[in-house]
Design a protein around this ligand. Structure first.
Ligand code: FES
Length: 69
């Protein structure tokens, strides 16, 4: 749901993990598709391997454990 008026959005990269986005209404994936944000904070995949892109699904932890992350 888009809010009326300006909102403050913050972006915080997690070391070897996702990007935490706070306050956003929409996240646009690398494919250009827009994804509605329904929670105050969402984790956006930064490793490119998530099965639920653009959201982090924890795959980065598996890659790190294998030494691939
Ligand atoms: S950063 Fe978590 S799956 Fe990509």
């Amino acid at each position: 749901m888009r809010r009326e008026g300006p909102t403050e959005v913050s972006v915080e990269p997690c070391p070897d993990g996702p990007i935490l986005v706070r306050g956003a209404d929409i996240v646009r994936g690398v494919d250009g598709r827009e994804h509605e944000v329904t929670r105050p904070v969402v984790a956006v995949c930064a490793c490119g391997m998530s099965g639920r892109a653009p959201w982090c699904d924890g795959t980065h932890k598996v890659l790190a454990a294998k030494g691939e992350g």
